[in-house]
Design a binder for this molecule. Structure first.
Ligand SMILES: Cc1ncc(COP(=O)(O)O)c(C=O)c1O
Length: 383
């Protein structure tokens, strides 16, 4: 597989970008030709073979392997699940909270993950939220919250709220000092920022396929560090979590040895086709070159918005910015609708409009966005 595409060549793999400015990869990635083909291929397998379990299972394994490669893990360290919440639950359900009850998370965490931590309170867990300081979480605040009672430290690589990078290195170092485990939510980074789980040194890492991984909803990947899985027994299971899913033994619980023990029932096969297509498309661009291109677009957008007098809720320090710029607006939904009428896709959340970049975006996208925003402001001023 070649990794030599320039950003322009990469852009050409997404036919819809000919008439749409896609700045919402934080929500759903743009549709590639490869994804379209993969969906048709899945439908074709239903039409031609009707029942194609071998072929489908092969697709799930390909998705597992490609994702493992993307984050520097081994295939047997990856569980294929349905969504990030399910992954968080599987981790929580395999831990006990009596001796070390604390889960440290943050207000910048995506709710579905944080909600799973909160749901462990009836079982004895105590949840501590590290607050942000106006959209940025300081390393010292995370470090101070982690102590000998901490069992699990949960931290996103990048926050979904404004694209801020989180102090993962410092949190992991502190977690290691006190013997706590680390759960990383990479949903807003995987596919657009390079990730190496050995370098991060986390115990768990989760992401789904529909955003920067350029696939579909319905599938998520949970990395569980080698050697950890064998001690853990999740509370949710099913035939795919067993050593031999096709052994069909209802009298025996026989968890798979590695990360696959966190799996449950029938995987989302259509989504596995989508994930493979997304991961293969991503492999066409060098991940460091892609991330540098995105970093330039983010910095340029941030600067031009500030110059235009807009309020931006992403970090002022470029080193803390991820692939997204969060534009503050009184009515983010109305602004999003206005932009959508001009075929500019962004994503409203809370008090901001999230403008997110992938390697397929370019400087013309920023020009078009800023021109539309100026018209919107002028129109509003006139009414
Ligand atoms: C950081 C982050 N985590 C998780 C999710 C999704 O969680 P789930 O897969 O449980 O829907 C999202 C967005 O949808 C997200 O931005």
């Amino acid at each position: 597989m070649t990794a030599q595409f320039t950003p322009d060549q990469f852009r050409a793999l997404f036919p819809g970008l000919a008439d749409t400015v896609h700045l919402a990869s934080c929500s759903q990635g743009a549709l590639s030709g490869e994804l379209l083909f993969a969906i048709q291929e899945y439908l074709g397998s239903l039409r031609d073979q009707a029942v194609a379990w071998d072929r489908w299972m092969q697709e799930v394994e390909t998705a597992r392997g490609l994702f493992a490669q993307l984050i520097g893990a081994r295939s047997d360290e990856i569980a294929v699940l349905s969504n990030a919440s399910e992954a968080a639950y599987q981790v929580a359900s395999s831990l006990r909270w009596d001796e070390r009850p604390t889960i440290v998370t943050t207000d910048m965490e995506f709710p579905s993950v944080a909600n799973v931590w909160l749901a462990q309170r009836p079982l004895g867990a105590k949840v501590c939220h590290v607050a942000d300081r106006d959209g940025v979480v300081e390393a010292e605040d995370y470090v101070r919250s982690i102590d000998e009672t901490t069992h699990l430290v949960s931290i996103p690589l990048v926050s979904y709220r404004n694209g801020a990078r989180m102090p993962v290195r410092e949190a992991v170092t502190r977690a290691r000092e006190v013997g706590a485990r680390v759960f990383v939510d990479a949903y807003q980074a995987a596919g657009v920022l390079p990730i190496d789980v050995r370098e991060i040194d986390c115990d768990y890492l989760v992401t789904g396929a529909l955003k920067y991984l350029l696939g579909l909803p319905g599938i998520a990947f949970l990395y569980v560090r080698d050697g950890l899985a064998a001690e853990l027994e999740p509370r949710l299971t099913g035939w795919f979590g067993q050593r031999d899913p096709f052994g069909f033994d209802p009298r025996r619980l026989d968890f798979a040895d590695h990360a696959r023990r966190f799996e449950t029932g029938t995987p989302a096969i259509a989504s596995a086709y989508g994930a493979v297509a997304g991961l293969r498309t991503l492999a066409r661009i060098d991940r460091h070159a892609g991330a540098a291109h995105v970093g330039d677009l983010v910095d340029e957008t941030h600067a031009r918005l500030v110059d235009a007098g807009e309020r931006v809720w992403s970090p002022a320090d470029p080193a803390r910015r991820g692939p997204q710029v969060a534009l503050v607006d009184d009515d983010p939904v109305a602004l999003t609708r206005y932009l959508a009428r001009r075929r500019i896709v962004v994503s409203p959340r809370g008090h901001v409009v999230r403008i997110s970049f992938h390697a397929y975006n370019n400087r013309q996208d920023i020009d078009v966005l800023l021109a539309a925003l100026a018209d919107y402001r002028a129109g509003r001023a006139a009414t």
